[in-house]
Design a protein around this ligand. Structure first.
Ligand code: ATR
Length: 274
């Protein structure tokens, strides 16, 4: 039996084991996916152990996504640029790090808007998730991406560190709010609005353009106040389920060669969220 896992702290509530084990069963693959509790100071030891037992692949979650980089044998160039890894593949004994978070989010958005060129995109936030999404879009040659963040310096840093050329501005919150009608796609990447603080939102959507598209990486609640406000303004919206499912689907593809049934994964995740 092949072994797969997710390492993180906390890890008990991860939906990844249920999602991947269901897929292994569905595609008749002799493998099992485990949730492994690995504390911050134990990462190096855990990696050595996982390599020793010849794990076939694993996901990496909080708090290890950045710390793991120097511990891997090779890095995919995009993961290296992002500076974070969420998926590791054992390629002939070498542990290779990838980042499917950004690609998962972008793929989800492209399911709704297939052509991202010629659209103006605003990213809200400048943390790890924003970085993965911004760098992924930039790696695809998309150039109209602005960033707004509570701390402008962090947004400026994110843009400056991107190895791909993008025409980006950093917007203060009030400028983003005033000029919101200039954007076609808004991607919310902060934790604002996540349960239990469901009455918070990072930005007022008063000036949102009708027919715009608003994506939020949060999936608990399924509809954040941000998405509800966007819907009220006539926007199309997407919650974080797609990104979560697609980052998993992209990892599964790297491990097995099969791009799994997205609808099946979505159903399972929604069931578990109750
Ligand atoms: P992740 O890796 O999950 O993206 P992170 O790196 O901690 O998490 O980033 C969190 C993002 O949410 C940042 O953009 C952060 O803004 P700052 O850079 O100003 O810290 C944003 N954020 C978190 N709490 C916030 C709050 N109460 N108000 C505004 N922005 C907030």
């Amino acid at each position: 039996k092949k072994l797969y896992a997710v390492i993180g702290d906390p890890i008990a509530h991860s939906m990844s084991p249920a999602m991947h084990n269901d897929l292994f069963g569905f595609y008749d693959i002799d493998a099992h996916y485990h949730a492994l509790h690995v504390r911050k100071g134990d990462l190096q030891k855990a990696i050595i152990g996982l390599k020793a037992i010849q794990i076939s692949g694993f996901n990496v979650t909080v708090p290890h996504k950045v710390d793991i980089l120097p511990m891997l044998d090779r890095l995919d160039p995009l993961a290296e640029a992002i500076g974070a890894v969420n998926t590791v593949v054992n390629e002939d004994g070498e542990l290779v790090g990838y980042n499917t978070d950004g690609e998962g989010s972008v793929k989800g958005i492209m399911n709704i808007i297939p052509d991202l060129f010629n659209h103006r995109i605003l990213i809200v936030g400048a943390g790890g998730a924003a970085r993965a999404i911004y760098f992924t879009l930039a790696s695809m040659g998309i150039k109209n991406i602005d960033v707004t963040n509570r701390t402008s310096e962090k947004a400026a840093e994110l843009i400056a560190q991107c190895p791909y050329t993008v025409n980006s501005s950093v917007l203060l919150r009030e400028d983003a709010e005033n000029d919101l009608d200039e954007y076609d796609i808004i991607i919310q990447t902060t934790s604002i609005g996540m349960a239990p603080n469901v009455e918070c939102q990072p930005l007022s959507l008063h000036n949102l353009k009708e027919n715009s598209f608003v994506s939020d990486i949060i999936y608990n609640p399924l509809e954040t106040l941000f998405l509800r406000s966007a819907k009220d303004k006539g926007a199309r919206t997407q919650n974080g389920i797609d990104m979560f499912v697609l980052q998993g689907a992209l990892a599964f593809k790297k491990w097995t060669g099969i791009f799994p049934d997205q609808k099946r994964m979505e159903k399972l995740v929604l069931n578990r969220l109750g």
